[in-house]
Design a protein around this ligand. Structure first.
Ligand code: BES
Ligand code: ZN
Length: 635
């Protein structure tokens, strides 16, 4: 992948300005109106179920279907065309539909009776600009003619030179958490679910794919039709356009990728179908028909994104040995936890990510065995410990207070690993089969609904907490959800395969074992990560050199191992690894892999200088989110 360095693209900077806390502007938990009351256990002023990250008014007028007709223009880096929204007045006398938009140009709004008047607020905050459309008394559709900005926060436009093939441009969207509004005017709240259809017009040599029904055999004629008949939250609407090929992996699974990586991706992710079957057997039927993967360019800012029917996946996990495929288990698991049962607000993100992380471990155990499950659980636990060390206590709370904050800025392992650990504790208390049954029923009961943390607690209180009152209690549940840190006596993952790594590391560090004598032939990638991640802060140049000479760590092709080694190298300013570090930072845009390196570099003057140089070169090819997350480290 190093050959395909993405050089300069565009970057946009979003300045976080305080957003309004005025709940009258915000959205109600539509399925839980009766539960809109102040949460007792958290800050008394947080209204449970209020979406503080949308200015739309679904409690008055609810959008239920979105119909898109968009033209993709790589020259101007814009999407333009129409969005027709179908709505239902919840309040019969409502006369205004309020939508979220961000950096959109609204050209005209009409319905079948003619033009409709509207106002667009000034863009003043992370929420974007509210679009207020005057509605006639009758009718249930509005047609919005609009154009996106080349700097849209939810869209990345790559020039041909920035793709692997080098000949065709590439476009992809990333809507979670609040970026759908930068490419579609809509009610951008996870508690509003819509069905959608789309006509996407592209240059003739490219194909379009979406989080919807895709036809791998569609004729390349520049016009692609999509339909998503199941109601989904806006953050799951996704589009990609490029020179894509398709390869089937199983009956219901396949992969879309540029041809340079198609076969490698299909081989790496060949177990996707088994994962799908395993998850269905444990947690109930898969609701989304097909499950395909789309491999993005290396600038994709996340590991993966669970866009329904078509997960978006970074190429950085294609390691050649399936060592990093838990990412696929994770995005697949979201088909149950996240896409079927959805968090109602971004405060409730742990309901998506914690449940999904828990399921990921379980799927990995079924498909790859208990040793792998244990190793991945220990590594996840260590990531959690590191974040708890680093984060303010208010950011260690599962049901986090996000008022006035951009959800992008609060991304951490807390909703993932702390959420999963909480569920693991319940599993241990009630027994695996009972807990699996609980989860299956939970996915069924709340299917195609968006729910709050408080709704989850209410559900838990009337099920497991009653059935197993001798082993579980509400105080403990509240401690997990509303307090900082990891509760005492939480389950502690352990791995036998790591004990021998601990022994090797300590013998190496005390000088009783030289690097070249460490028995590493049978080590898995996870053992390597555990070996490196638990090295002391400071290592001598002799130790670094002998490790590198024995194990060629600087040239490791595994992006996670390279990441761990490069972090050690920055901490200890191990110069032979710095050219590799530079190449790494300028060819990968996945934030989880680059951010810790920029953070570490920012701690010394010479580090900062290197970071600045790499960032300046890479920035035009980084996704807007990666730019925003790292620019503070290179100022
Ligand atoms: N849905 C998330 C990505 C996300 C979360 C985007 C919050 C925006 C806001 C996705 O499923 C995810 O968790 N990705 C992880 C995967 C990892 C935990 C296996 C990632 O990208 O690192
Ligand atoms: Zn996730």
């Amino acid at each position: 992948m190093s050959k395909h360095s993405f050089s300069l693209l565009f970057a946009s900077i979003f300045l976080l300005s305080a957003c309004s806390n005025d709940s009258s502007n915000s959205t109600n938990a539509l399925d839980a109106t009766s539960e809109i009351e102040t949460s007792v256990l958290s800050d008394r002023s947080i209204k449970v179920g209020i979406d503080y990250h949308s200015q739309s008014n679904p409690e008055q007028v609810l959008v239920t279907h979105v119909s898109l007709d968009l033209t993709v223009d790589f020259e101007s880096k814009t999407l333009s065309g129409t969005a027709e929204l179908e709505y239902n007045k919840q309040n019969p006398s409502a006369d205004t539909l309020i939508l979220d938009t961000k950096e959109l140009t609204i050209n005209r709004i009409s319905n079948d009776q003619g033009e409709l008047s509207f106002t667009l607020d000034n863009d003043g905050s992370i929420l974007g600009s509210a679009l207020r459309i005057s509605l006639p008394e009758t009718g249930n559709k509005v047609l919005i003619n609009y154009t996106t900005s080349p700097q849209a926060s939810g869209v990345q436009w790559l020039t041909p030179a920035q793709t692997a093939g080098g000949e065709h441009p590439f476009l992809f969207t990333q809507a979670q958490a609040t970026h759908a509004r930068s490419f579609i005017p809509l009610q951008d709240s996870p508690q509003v679910r819509v069905t959608y259809d789309a006509t996407i017009r592209t240059p003739k040599d490219l194909i379009a794919v979406m989080s919807a029904s895709n036809d791998p055999n569609a004729e390349r004629d520049g016009v692609y039709e999509f339909n998503m008949p199941q109601a989904i939250p806006s953050y799951l609407i996704a589009l990609a356009v490029g020179d894509l090929q398709f390869k089937a992996m199983g009956e219901r699974t396949g992969v879309y990728a540029e041809s340079y990586i198609l076969d490698a991706a299909a081989a790496e992710f060949a177990d996707t179908e088994s994962m799908l079957i395993a998850t269905e057997e444990r947690y109930g039927p898969y609701s989304w028909d097909r499950y395909d993967l789309l491999i993005l360019p290396p600038s994709f800012p996340f590991g993966g994104m669970e866009n329904p029917r078509l997960s978006f996946i970074t190429p950085t996990v294609i390691a050649g040995d399936k060592s990093l495929v838990s990412l696929i288990a994770h995005e697949l698991a979201h088909s149950w936890s996240g896409n079927t049962v959805t968090n109602a607000t971004w405060r409730d993100l742990w309901l998506n990510e914690g449940f999904t992380t828990y399921l990921t471990y379980r799927i990995m155990e079924i498909v790859y065995g208990t040793d792998r499950y244990n190793m991945e659980a220990v590594l996840g636990y260590q990531d959690l410990e590191a974040d708890i060390e680093r984060l303010d206590s208010s950011d260690q709370i599962l049901a986090i207070d996000l008022r006035g904050r951009d959800p992008d800025d609060v991304f951490s392992n807390i909703p993932y690993e702390k959420g999963a650990l909480f569920l693991r504790e319940i599993e241990h208390a009630v027994g695996r089969d009972n807990f699996d049954r609980f989860l299956t029923e939970y996915f069924k009961k709340y299917a195609f609904k968006s729910i709050t943390t408080d709704q989850f607690i209410t559900h838990l209180s009337s099920t497991l907490l009653v059935e197993h009152s001798d082993k579980l209690n509400i105080e403990r549940v509240n401690q997990w959800i509303f307090e900082a840190g990891i509760p005492e006596n939480a389950p502690m993952p352990e791995s036998d395969a790591f004990s021998l790594v601990d022994t090797a590391r300590s013998n190496f560090l005390d000088g009783s074992l030289v690097a070249s004598d460490i028995e590493t032939n049978n080590w898995t990638v996870h053992q390597w990560l555990y070996f490196l991640n638990n090295m002391p802060e400071k290592l001598s140049v002799e130790n670094l050199t002998s490790l590198d000479e024995s194990f060629s760590l600087t040239t490791s092709k595994n992006n996670e191992i390279a990441h761990s080694w490069l972090l050690i190298s920055v901490r200890n300013w191990y110069e032979p690894a710095l050219p590799r570090l530079y190449e790494y930072l300028t060819t990968i845009g996945r934030n989880k892999l680059v951010k810790p390196l920029y953070r570490e570099l920012s701690l010394t003057e010479k580090g900062k200088e290197l970071g600045r140089k790499a960032f300046a070169q890479a920035k035009p090819g980084y996704h807007p989110l990666t730019v925003k997350a790292n620019e503070g480290f290179v100022e």
